[in-house]
Design a protein around this ligand. Structure first.
Ligand SMILES: Nc1ncnc2c1ncn2[C@@H]1O[C@H](COP(=O)(O)OP(=O)(O)O)[C@@H](O)[C@H]1O
Ligand SMILES: CC(=O)N[C@@H](CCC(=O)OP(=O)(O)O)C(=O)O
Length: 262
């Protein structure tokens, strides 16, 4: 894949709060020929709908315990509600977007995770059909991907959005993944003051997970980052989506967010 593409993961924690300016930045990048390949989450919206339907939900090490009833809701919320909301917002900015899920065209192929006995129908990515992404980009659209995977026997799987984004970045061969979330980067308390770390290495991350300084929803992000920078992806940058022109700033190399490098 040409290096004018980058993967952007957009978390459910931040989607509703993304300002119009964020989408105008996407439009500017598309006009300049820099194409974002978007993979989105939607965890809070899934929990919300499950709650309204009276279906109980539980997380095991950051992964949602998923059965067929939960999968119905995951697919409806991610591939329906959230995916189309993002596509509409991008189109409102004047840019061109095309939404699909990992099921469409066998885009994200998956197998059960190693601890399927604990979490059920949660998937690990085995392959990404890069041709579909390349085709959409060639047609002049930015792909917007919902993280539902497809496996043997046409079984659907719920895939953590950070994991799905990392796998897409690795398989389509981009140099950079930008993770847009609700915090300005990986934070650490130094001398009693919370600071954003501008750069972290894999060793720093492992140490911070062990010490508990990286926890919860940050864990799948850094794990996905470590996995992708072991391949062709050169860096993963974690940023806050409410920062003005955040994507352009990262791509320019400004000092912003946390850069995870080899
Ligand atoms: N060291 C850390 N620095 C910043 N945030 C952290 C850290 N460790 C854990 N977090 C948590 O990770 C959250 C982001 O993950 P999550 O809520 O899953 O976001 P998203 O919906 O964008 O995937 C932050 O809001 C914060 O509570
Ligand atoms: C297996 C698993 O946990 N899947 C996630 C998929 C959505 C997601 O990851 O959304 P965020 O990026 O907003 O967290 C879930 O069901 O919530």
């Amino acid at each position: 894949m040409s290096n004018n593409c980058f993967v952007m993961k957009c978390g459910g924690s931040t989607l509703a709060a993304l300002p119009d300016a964020f989408f105008l930045d996407l439009k500017k990048l598309q006009d300049e020929g820099t194409i974002p390949v978007i993979v989105h989450g939607g965890g809070p919206a899934i929990s919300d709908t499950l709650g309204k339907l009276g279906i109980e939900t539980e997380f095991v090490n950051g992964l949602r315990k998923t059965n067929e009833a939960v999968l119905d809701v995951v697919e409806m919320v991610l591939s329906g509600q959230i995916n189309k909301e993002i596509v509409r917002k991008i189109q409102k900015s004047g840019a061109k977007a095309l939404g699909l899920s990992g099921v469409d065209g066998h885009l994200i192929q998956a197998k059960p995770v190693a601890n399927a006995h604990e979490v059920g129908l949660v998937g690990d990515v085995t392959h990404v059909n890069a041709e579909i992404i390349q085709g959409i980009v060639r047609m002049g659209y930015m792909p917007v991907v919902a993280p539902v995977g497809i496996g043997e026997g046409a079984q659907r799987y719920n895939i953590n959005a950070d994991t799905a984004a990392g796998a897409v970045a690795s398989h389509i061969g981009v140099e950079r993944m930008i993770v847009v979330t609700d915090v300005p980067g990986i934070m650490k308390t130094v001398d009693g003051e919370k600071r954003v770390l501008p750069v972290v290495t894999v060793a720093d991350i492992e140490q911070m997970i062990t010490s508990g300084e990286i926890y919860g929803g940050m864990i799948p992000k850094v794990r996905a980052a470590i996995q992708c920078i072991q391949g062709d992806v050169k860096e993963v940058v974690i940023v806050n989506g409410s920062e003005p022109e955040v994507l352009s700033k990262v791509l320019r190399g400004d000092k912003i967010g946390t850069r995870i490098q080899r």
